[in-house]
Design a protein around this ligand. Structure first.
Ligand code: NAG
Ligand code: NAG
Length: 424
């Protein structure tokens, strides 16, 4: 430490005279009064409500008043049609007022895997790390998460299994406005980015893709069903019914398979079916509520992402060497604040392909980490290297708040402690 004056002497308690002790006492009394006043006065937010703490949820309160859960005809499976759900959900919320604040924006992430061990030797380890990555994101942003590993509808196996899972999660969580499905092999690679939900007030279903590829070229690869947002409402229940009607549980499965192969020149799977629903209803009631997001990687293909991670790491470190606030150590709970502070430095970063912004979600489509049956375009080794890099890239953003870093993105085990004021 450098003092301004060479003769400056740090005062010790012994050199303090009586009046200063008195003054110190008076000051602390004032401070205590001020703190007391501060705590007992309700916050008066002026420009935003961000200083108002979320009232704690009342987790032990469920009044003995009938709700849709008490109706014997209500069910969690696709066989049991639900009607008038928006009213039913609102009624539940009125009866559980502690969940009402933020019930218009609350998010539940839903993901899942098969119920049996992975065939690939490293499969379960990767799935655990992919899941940990999602839990990290949820902890940082206050989202809930449901990890399903049973087949809820035996007639909806493999890629179709997400439909009955999302439906059950929706009615199990009337307090959540959005259900966000994420495949087991998708990872958050920007722990700070937040979905711009305010953009979606007129939409009920959001998926990442390229509208021209879906609507004009009719390509089943024009979108990816590995990550989508669906609003918890009657529209969505009806939409899931239509989507499921194209799946193997339905008597119409064969008919739809023919249609999909004619229109999209691809076999029937959840993604082709989704592409068809988007196309068919583009201008109608269903379609108008569905959006193909092009502005950020709600889902990003790993092949175009993984090689950019090293440069992105360096760009972010460069920004941090000039922005002291971004280097400031902080509690993990207030991480969102630093995401907001970083945003102005990223205004020229672009988004998606060719961008140096951290990609939001990186999806290892075609790698099949669990069964190991990767697309012949890739090697198992190439997939594992890429997954390690992406997961460690994400882990670095989390570990930063615990004081550590993987210096080498390919080294999953090795971390170094971070010095104060890193990276200066
Ligand atoms: C990373 O940055 C270097 C130096 O600017 C550049 O030569 C290289 O092409 C970049 N790599 C990628 C994958 O963008
Ligand atoms: C990074 O880690 C990998 C895996 O442990 C190792 O093979 C590689 O040599 C390391 N690279 C550097 C530059 O240390």
């Amino acid at each position: 430490m450098v003092f301004a004056h060479a003769n400056w002497r740090k005062p010790t308690l012994r050199t303090l005279d009586r009046p200063s002790i008195f003054l110190a006492g008076a000051l602390s009394a004032l401070l205590i009064l001020w703190v007391f006043f501060f705590l007992s006065t309700p916050f008066q937010p002026t420009t935003c409500s961000c200083t108002r703490p979320d009232p704690a949820f009342n987790l032990q309160f469920d009044p003995p008043v009938s709700t849709f859960y008490d109706d014997p005809s209500f069910g969690y499976t696709l066989d049991t049609r639900i009607t008038n759900y928006d009213f039913k959900r609102q009624t539940w919320l009125k009866l559980h007022p502690s969940f009402q604040p933020k019930s218009g924006t609350r998010v539940l992430i839903v993901t899942g895997t098969r119920s049996t061990p992975c065939k690939s030797r490293t499969g379960d380890h990767f799935l655990l790390r992919f899941y940990r990555n999602k839990v990290d994101y949820c902890r940082i942003h206050g989202y809930d998460i449901f990890y399903n590993n049973v087949l809820l509808d035996p007639k909806m196996p493999s890629c179709w299994a997400k439909i009955p899972t999302v439906r059950a999660a929706m009615v199990a969580h009337p307090e959540a406005e959005w259900i966000w499905w994420l495949d087991e092999d998708a990872a958050f690679t920007d722990m700070e980015f937040k979905i711009p939900f305010e953009k979606y007030k007129d939409y009920n279903f959001i998926v990442h893709g390229w509208p021209r590829e879906v609507y004009e070229r009719k390509s089943w690869l024009g979108l990816n069903a590995g990550s989508f947002l669906i609003r918890n409402c009657q529209w969505s229940l009806d939409f899931l019914d239509s989507w499921a009607d194209m799946g193997p549980r339905s008597a119409n499965f064969g008919k739809w398979a023919g249609v999909l192969s004619d229109v999209f020149r691809h076999e029937s799977d959840d993604q082709t079916a989704l592409g068809y629903l988007l196309l068919k209803d583009h201008q109608k009631w269903f379609g108008k509520k569905m959006l193909i997001e092009t502005g950020y990687y709600l889902e990003g293909y790993w092949v175009s992402i993984v090689d950019t991670l090293k440069n992105i790491t360096e760009r972010y470190l460069e920004i941090e060497t000039t922005a002291a606030m971004l280097r400031r150590r902080h509690a993990e709970k207030v991480s969102e604040r630093y995401g907001v502070l970083r945003e102005p430095s990223l205004k020229d970063a672009g988004n998606e392909f060719g961008s140096w912004r951290r990609p939001f979600v990186t999806h290892f489509a075609g790698c099949q980490p669990c069964n190991g049956k990767h697309n012949p375009l890739f090697t198992g080794e190439g997939c594992r290297d890429a997954m390690n890099k992406a997961l460690n890239f994400a882990d670095n953003q989390v570990l930063r708040n615990y004081g550590f870093v993987h210096r080498n993105l390919s080294d999953t085990s090795g971390v170094s402690p971070l010095p104060f004021d890193y990276p200066v």
